[in-house]
Design a protein around this ligand. Structure first.
Ligand SMILES: [Zn+2]
Length: 74
């Protein structure tokens, strides 16, 4: 446990308020709506649709679940 709690809590935070976020069209990262550039790839095109933000946040959360499964496998 505690491998990457940030990821899961970040996903939960985004899902609680998806309207505060948008998705980078360059790399798929979720960034705050007030951000002008993507901090990852410096793209400036974003998709602000709430369903997409939720979907991306769920993917973000499930990556953590995948790493837990891997630990279990060991
Ligand atoms: Zn990006």
């Amino acid at each position: 446990m505690g491998a990457a709690p940030d990821r899961a809590s970040a996903a939960a935070k985004i899902l609680a308020k998806p309207s505060d976020y948008k998705v980078c069209e360059g790399c798929g990262s979720i960034v705050l709506k007030k951000a002008l550039l993507c901090p990852n790839c410096h793209a400036y095109r974003f998709d602000e649709s709430t369903p997409l933000v939720k979907k991306q946040a769920e993917i973000l959360g499930s990556r953590e679940a995948a790493s837990v499964t891997k630990d279990d496998y060991n």
